[in-house]
Design a binder for this molecule. Structure first.
Ligand code: TA6
Length: 290
């Protein structure tokens, strides 16, 4: 269907949940379980072709952050196409496979016409969880390396009443303190300032994002440990004001928890395929037994 800015979006629904994804950037902009919004998309987001959507699940590939190409790579602001869909009524599963063709990017983006790859992004909307899968296949004769991240923005009632558990003991690169390598000592992380951390090799067990206002949480995991790093980001006050496609106060209702491979880029030999898997499971906080 036609979405914001005349851009094309696909809507997936099953009995309990629904999802919207724009073909531009293959960017998921909404994921609802019942009436609960799990994903945050800025009300100021531009919906223009070739401009990354502010919010949702931007696909960061083949570069994370600044570098030889545009910030966070090109995958999040180019047109993807529908490869196939799959519906399994009995399992309430709706699956959408999207892909991009490598040709127009290699020379322009990677600066090397001999690098050829094919990317596929698979969205599996199950009854109680969302499974995302990003695949990159080396279809050329030359090895290449890439970083990858699912830059997910989560909707929360209040940043002051939300926290993240499961990162205790892991090391992170603190991008707000000159990339200082720091060890996480907190069982549960609360955001109280601009936060921009790359936790390294920390995905063996699930993480939890807890919203104590709504008494809900989201369980996050890379079940096969294919995505090894996690970024935790909140722009806070000053950076929120500096973003034209983000409301000055929207930092209060979102947090980014991004699964990917950032610290150690993936190297693909000709013919090899890498698949990164990530599950997002919204649930409620079990009422503590009295
Ligand atoms: O994931 C955190 C981060 O790398 C931050 O440093 C900030 O730049 C954020 O991504 C958003 O980047 P963008 O290019 O989407 O404005």
């Amino acid at each position: 269907v036609k979405g914001e800015g005349g851009l094309t979006k696909v809507v997936l629904t099953n009995r309990q949940s629904s999802l919207e994804v724009y073909l531009m950037g293959a960017t998921i902009t909404a994921y609802k379980v019942g009436s609960r919004d799990v994903i945050f998309t800025s009300k100021q987001s531009k919906f223009e072709s070739l401009k990354a959507i502010r919010g949702g699940v931007p696909l960061i590939y083949p570069q994370f952050g600044p570098g030889k190409m545009q910030q966070h790579g090109f995958a999040r602001n180019v047109d993807w196409e529908v490869l196939s869909t799959l519906v399994k009524e009995q399992e309430d599963l709706v699956q959408l496979n999207l892909s991009i063709h490598e040709s127009e990017y290699t020379q322009k983006v990677c600066g090397d016409a001999d690098i050829k790859f094919q990317c596929t992004f698979t969205i599996k909307l199950n009854v109680d969880r969302l499974e995302l899968q990003y695949e990159s296949k080396n279809t050329g004769q030359k090895a290449y390396d890439f970083q990858l991240a699912l830059h997910t923005y989560y909707q929360i009632a209040s940043i002051h009443k939300a926290h993240v558990t499961g990162l205790k003991g892991f090391e992170y690169i603190d991008k707000t303190r000159q990339m200082a390598l720091t060890k996480e000592t907190a069982d549960s992380i609360q955001i109280t300032e601009e936060t921009d951390r790359v936790y390294k090799n920390c995905t063996t067990s699930p993480l939890e994002l807890v919203d104590t206002v709504n008494q809900t949480k989201v369980i996050l995991h890379s079940p096969d440990n294919s995505l090894k790093d996690v970024v935790v980001w909140n722009p806070w006050i000053e950076k929120a004001k500096a973003m034209s496609d983000f409301g000055d106060l929207e930092y209060l209702e979102m947090i980014c928890i991004e699964y990917g491979n950032i610290d150690k880029p993936i190297v693909l030999q000709p013919g090899q395929t890498f698949t990164g898997r990530h599950t997002i499971q919204p649930t409620s906080i079990q009422q503590s037994s009295l």
